[in-house]
Design a binder for this molecule. Structure first.
Ligand code: HMG
Length: 412
């Protein structure tokens, strides 16, 4: 029986800051961000967009054309949680009008909980082939202003329907994992921004990659050459280039001639979206996969290796084979339109969005209305977040993406 990804959709905020603008204000050579980090733009969520609204927007698209009554599990992976108790998955379940006989939980371990959630979903549908799992990954990457992490911010969500009727990628359940208790990046409950030991985090990422790959390779007996493409967790795209070369130099069996160019060709297409969006933590490896599948049309039957790294740290290497006809099911045109139609913001607007805070004392607030997807955070009342379905059709719907019938409840 095949298990894997039946559908995959990405949502990113409508607003972005060009890193040339950030470089100018911070007095830094833009080459440091564009070439040194490999990032051009970073998504900046407006006040009425949070991980729930982004997740619902991605999940709505992932469920298009799929019978939502077969979804009996919603897993929402995030490290930008909005509540210490109630899971963001329950809000998404409600916004999408999913069946009541369903379980919905939130998963956390920095950027790696999405990939671990995917492996849990695969094991579940292998035992229950008539059921589908909706896996949603959604995050807002925030660092202190003026810190070295600032240019590696970003935001986004990716949603996957995992089932025994995969149409895009068949995934294997064998994975190689690595866990080590390190303080390379963390966010205490009382902070809105992550703390990070940046240079150290890069070293741990690379170490974890080698250890996870070794575990995966010894289980599967596959070599690097058995993988046509690789997708990495992408805090910034140069990270994947460094990491992949590190892996190749460690395990490619001494083949060095032309190795760098060949190796980088294996990850190039997967970097495109993230270069324009920035870090989306749990979502980033799936945004990378989406970028690869949307940009390359000759991947049928090819094996793709996926590496997920979550600071703290937990890393996982696994792989899948792209299915015949996958181009009919990827959302390449919608993703292209989503990215193309975004709005560039000034540095002042970035500061305004960044500094916006929801009340913490239970007082009522209506969030200022900006362009979001189909769902937005309308405000807070009595310590409760209120979400709403946007009445006006976003541009992407007007341009021909068919509305999904039936599955979405109206939200009051
Ligand atoms: P930094 O110290 O400001 O940057 O912060 P740098 O001085 O290391 O420069 C970066 C690169 O730009 C260097 O290239 C420079 O040479 C180059 P490299 O030597 O590395 O190849 N450079 C230039 N290139 C062209 N033209 C120029 C120029 N100037 C310099 N003019 C750092 C960089 C990544 C440390 C910082 O942004 C940071 O702390 N980011 C956040 C942490 C992070 O992303 N870590 C990655 C691994 S951990 C991870 O992925 C997990 C995470 O997603 C969280 C989670 O799991 O939840 C973060």
């Amino acid at each position: 029986m095949k298990v894997g990804i039946e559908s995959l959709a990405v949502h990113v905020p409508h607003y972005y800051l060009d890193l040339k603008t950030l470089a100018e204000v911070r007095g830094v050579d833009p080459g440091k961000f564009y070439q040194g980090l490999g990032q051009e733009k970073m998504a900046v969520p407006p006040p009425d967009e949070d991980i729930v609204s982004m997740a619902a927007n991605a999940a709505y698209r992932a469920l298009e054309g799929i019978d939502a009554s077969s979804v009996d599990t919603v897993l929402l992976a995030t490290e930008s949680g909005i509540d210490q108790s109630k899971s963001a998955a329950v809000y998404v379940h409600h916004l999408l009008g999913l069946p009541a006989n369903c379980k919905a939980v939130e998963l956390k371990q920095a950027c790696s909980s999405g990939a671990v959630g995917l492996l849990m979903a695969l094991a579940y549908v292998a035992v229950h082939p008539s059921r589908k799992v909706l896996l949603v990954t959604s995050d807002i990457a925030r660092y202190r202003m003026k810190s070295s992490g600032e240019p590696t911010q970003g935001a986004g969500a990716a949603a996957l329907v995992v089932s025994a009727e995969p149409r895009i990628v068949e995934l294997g359940q064998e994975s190689g994992s690595y866990t080590e208790d390190v303080m390379d990046f963390w966010r205490p409950n009382y902070m809105d921004e992550a703390l990070v030991d940046g240079k150290y985090s890069i070293k741990v990422y690379q170490r974890a990659l080698l250890r996870a790959w070794e575990a995966y390779a010894s289980l599967t007996h596959r070599s690097l050459d058995d993988h046509h493409r690789f997708c990495y967790h992408l805090p910034f795209t140069r990270m994947a280039e460094k990491a992949h070369l590190h892996l190749v130099h460690a395990f490619a069996g001494g083949k060095t001639r032309g190795a760098t160019t060949d190796a980088l060709a294996k990850i190039r297409s997967s970097l495109h979206y993230n270069r324009l969006v920035g870090n989306s933590y749990t979502a980033s490896v799936f945004v990378a996969l989406s970028s690869l599948l949307d940009l390359e049309s000759d991947l049928e039957g090819r094996r793709v290796g996926l590496f997920s790294y979550g600071s703290g740290c937990v890393a996982t290497f696994f792989s899948g084979v792209v299915l015949p006809g996958y181009r009919n099911f990827v959302q390449a045109e919608r993703h292209a339109a989503l990215l193309r139609e975004r709005e560039e913001i000034t540095f002042q607007r970035y500061e305004e969005f960044y500094n916006y805070r929801l009340p913490r004392d239970g007082s009522e607030c209506a969030t200022p209305r900006h362009q979001t997807g189909l769902f937005r955070l309308a405000g807070i009342t009595g310590h409760k977040r209120i979400y709403e379905r946007v009445a006006a059709e976003p541009a992407e719907d007007r341009q021909g993406t068919p509305e999904r019938k039936g599955a979405v409840a109206s939200i009051s």
